[in-house]
Design a protein around this ligand. Sequence first.
Ligand SMILES: [Zn+2]
Length: 143
Amino acid sequence: MLTCKKTYTDIPFAHRQHSHDGHCAFIHGHNWSISLTFACTETDENGFVIDFGKLEFIKSWISVHLDHACVFNTDDPQREALVNAAESCWKPYVVDNCSCEGLAQHLFELFNAMIQERTDKRVSIVEVEIREDSKNSASYLAE
Ligand SMILES: [Zn+2]
């Protein structure tokens, strides 16, 4: 298996883990990084696992959905009240779990499906690593 890794850095967005018993329950932001590890057994005609120049759709997806967003959990009881109180102040994005781990799994499922579709399943994503800052990160590894 061959792999290559692409990292998207300095993506500002907020999140809140409403059921946490500490400060993670407060809305707060990080300058996130997302690293995607791609894998294949046969390279393309250029010898690449994947052509980094053809990943604009991922950068675009991140820009549309996460850049300057606030990520909420699906079951956050305050989400609708917060967003409805001042809709123009929010770019909400909703996931099952907005922890680093939950985001890594969510983005794995999303981006892996996109990559497999665009490469006729020649390429898969085998790891998504999310960094919320220089100290804390989590990864989702393909099973
Ligand atoms: Zn956080």
